[in-house]
Design a protein around this ligand. Structure first.
Ligand SMILES: Cc1cc2nc3c(=O)[nH]c(=O)nc-3n(C[C@H](O)[C@H](O)[C@H](O)COP(=O)(O)OP(=O)(O)OC[C@H]3O[C@@H](n4cnc5c(N)ncnc54)[C@H](O)[C@@H]3O)c2cc1C
Length: 368
């Protein structure tokens, strides 16, 4: 039996497990290490924050998935990996050995700035705990314990989507108190490095929705109900989402795997360039042959590739090559039931795109 250790229940591993459940290859002893019993699907998260989707709609339950794939679930997190000894240490004190391991532990939100902000800010990753914190905040706003004031730090696509979703949700509560949602970006504009037409459309949308936009700004201090910006302006916020970028998990540096900016460098078969019996995928991987942005669409596509590799390893066959898509359809939801699309540099803003996004995302979830 070839022992496979899947570390992390991220988007790639849930798709890989689904493929393995269908094929049930002989000769594989598969284990999944995951601290969570569900994986939150990122495409539906902004819609959940806006109140369109109940929490269960975006959750992929891992125990039934493991059962159908014949995998053993270890409900804990990995704390270190030794590629030479072929072992992984777990937070519950156990050590698991492996013939092949795959890392899909995502990325974590960059948390920087003053101590007060690091204490009060809510990182957008992992997605599940972020959704929990938002729901708790909305409940307190509903019962009048907190004012409807929120802020998002970081105006990349995720930050803009979240700010629009939060504004929509808080407005929908129909409170007599005015809703304040602010979007704060350190750079001079939103979507740093992004498409100019998408940027212009999102700027219009933020204005239409009444989200206050602060660019070229950082947070100097934070307390329970407001942020003090570097320009000394005060922004009301009882909930502060940190969407300030993805960084790797620190323990990867101790593994001895070759890393790029802390992410695991992989070749075209998704194998570590230094230790081929360790795979890495999703946000955890740095694709040395064709670097791509950290996006769920790549993580999802890699699921089928990883499953194929594991089947081929069991059958002693050569591994497949992964060819990431050059571009992909970006569908950015706008809080309300509207979305903007972008592909190959062309931006579309028209009715029907939200329905398209809903269709794609719910169809993905139908598999689980
Ligand atoms: C608000 C928001 C909206 C987004 N919308 C989109 C979108 O519409 N389209 C898109 O393409 N991308 C989107 N993204 C990006 C997308 O979320 C990520 O690219 C995607 O989640 C990456 O998937 P992954 O498989 O790498 O890891 P993740 O899905 O992040 O999963 C990692 C898993 O690893 C587990 N884990 C972590 N540490 C350990 C450990 N030590 N041991 C074991 N398990 C561990 C975690 O519990 C988690 O379940 C969005 C991101 C955000 C924040």
């Amino acid at each position: 039996m070839t022992r496979i250790l899947l570390i992390g229940g991220g988007h790639t591993h849930v798709v890989a497990l689904r493929h393995l459940a269908r094929r049930k290859p002989a000769g594989l002893d598969i284990h999944l290490v995951s601290p969570d019993l569900t994986t939150s699907y990122s495409g539906l998260l902004p819609g959940h924050i806006a109140g369109h989707w109940k929490r269960h709609t975006l959750e992929i339950p891992l125990p039934p998935l493991c059962r159908t794939a014949g995998a053993t679930l270890h409900s804990t997190r990995a704390t270190s990996l030794d590629p030479a000894a072929q072992t992984v240490d777990l937070a519950d004190g156990d050590t698991l050995s492996f013939d092949y391991a795959s890392l899909d532990i995502g990325a974590i939100a960059e948390v920087s700035g003053p101590e007060s902000l690091r204490k009060l800010g809510v990182p957008v990753k992992p997605l599940g705990p972020f959704a929990d914190r938002w729901s708790a905040f909305v409940s307190q706003v509903e019962t009048g314990k907190l004012p409807p004031h929120a802020a998002v730090l970081g105006a990349g696509t995720a930050g803009v989507e979240l700010a629009l979703s939060m504004k929509y949700r808080l407005e929908k509560l129909g409170l007599s108190r005015p809703v304040h949602v602010s979007l704060i970006e350190r750079g001079t504009d939103l979507l740093p490095g992004g498409n100019a037409s998408m940027r212009a459309q999102l700027q219009r949308e933020l204005k239409r929705a009444g989200v206050a936009m602060f660019t070229g700004e950082t947070v100097a201090d934070a307390d329970e109900d407001s942020l003090r910006l570097a320009s000394r302006e005060d922004v009301p916020a009882g909930f502060v989402a940190l969407a300030t970028g993805a960084r790797p998990q620190a323990w990867l540096t101790g593994t001895g795997l070759t890393l790029n900016d802390g992410f695991v460098s992989v070749g075209q078969a998704l194998q570590s360039v230094s230790h081929p019996h360790v795979f890495a995928c999703g946000d955890t991987a740095h694709l040395t042959f064709d670097p791509r942005p950290k996006a769920g669409v790549f993580a999802v596509r890699q699921g089928a590739v990883l499953a194929k590799q594991l089947v081929r390893l069991a059958a002693n066959q050569p591994l497949a090559q992964y060819h990431p898509q050059k571009d992909y359809l970006k569908l950015v939801s706008l809080g309300r039931r509207r979305a903007i699309a972008e592909k190959w540099g062309v931006t579309l803003n028209m009715p029907g795109l939200w329905a398209l996004k809903r269709h794609i995302d719910l169809k993905f979830m139908d598999n689980y």
